[in-house]
Design a protein around this ligand. Structure first.
Ligand code: IPD
Ligand code: CA
Ligand code: CA
Length: 264
């Protein structure tokens, strides 16, 4: 295993253990509001500190882009960190959240870790070497039509224009799939596409740390992950469409038929 992936796993497991230890006391946690419907707890911050301490201990020159502490410039390597993806779930004791880490070199994703500490599920990927769940190789599903597909999505609960757009996209596919889930952690949604539990996923208005790890997982598992509207880099726009190649293309075609839809 690549030493940088090994370090990322160590960091993700440490953060995951901290998050799980805090779970029995969620009612007593200090929670701040970053924006409307956007919360951060002391657990998010402590998990992020632990991750950065672990990564910097091994690679002091690497740059960091982390949700809670922002950007710290470094050399050509940069860690993209979401210490707790699914904070709202966590704060409600709803058991669907993860630690997400990715490593980029000059902007290209090289390593990914998404760790679900409650199920002890560790999703990992290295560019060009495939994706694993707890050390077993994973592949996207073979589902080839929307009627048989189980999809994931996320609601853009912070901007009302995006909600209208989301509703239009949802309406286009709602009655032609097996089901649509909104589980509340984009990183895990993408990990689930990578291992075939979901056949496709879309969401808009995300940040690089929500989707960096998950995008590499999907691609290394044989799927596609790109900008929802342009097929460009979803980390730049925050609007992502992912899936096994067949479902990805069917969704792209279906969404292209929705009038007036595009980047907001
Ligand atoms: C959130 C989760 C959620 C998505 C939100 C993200 P956070 O991340 O990924 O599924 O719908 O847009 O912000 O805030 O819990 O790290
Ligand atoms: Ca997130
Ligand atoms: Ca987060």
């Amino acid at each position: 295993m690549h030493p940088m992936l090994n370090t990322a796993i160590k960091a993700a497991r440490r953060a995951g253990a901290l998050i799980v230890r805090a779970l029995p006391d969620i009612d007593r946690l200090q929670v701040e509001t970053k924006g409307r419907h956007d919360f951060v707890s002391e657990v998010d911050r402590r998990a992020e500190e632990l991750i950065i301490e672990t990564l910097k201990g091994a690679y002091p020159d690497h740059g960091i882009l982390a949700e809670e502490s922002g950007l710290a410039a470094g050399n050509e390597w940069e860690w993209v960190i979401d210490p707790l993806d699914g904070t709202t779930n966590f704060l409600h004791g709803f058991p669907q959240f993860a630690v997400s880490l990715a490593l980029r070199r000059r902007g290209r994703l090289e390593q990914a870790v998404v760790f679900d500490p409650l199920r002890d599920e560790l999703f990992t990927a290295t560019r060009g070497e495939g994706a694993q769940l707890n050390d077993r190789r994973i592949r996207v599903s073979r589902v080839a039509d929307l009627d048989s597909a189980l999809l994931g999505t996320g609601f853009p609960f912070r901007q009302s224009d995006s909600v209208r757009q989301w509703v239009a996209l949802f309406e286009r596919v709602a009655q032609s799939t097996s089901g649509i889930r909104r589980a509340g952690s984009a990183a895990l949604d993408l990990a689930y596409v990578a291992c075939g539990r979901l056949d496709g996923f879309w969401e808009t208005g995300l940040k690089p740390w929500d989707i960096a790890g998950g995008s590499l997982l999907v691609r290394e598992a044989g799927g596609l992950a790109s900008d929802l509207f342009t097929e460009g880099d979803p980390l730049e726009s925050g609007n992502i469409l992912a899936g096994n190649p067949r479902v990805y293309r069917l969704l792209r075609t279906a969404f292209a038929e929705v009038p007036g839809v595009g980047p907001i």
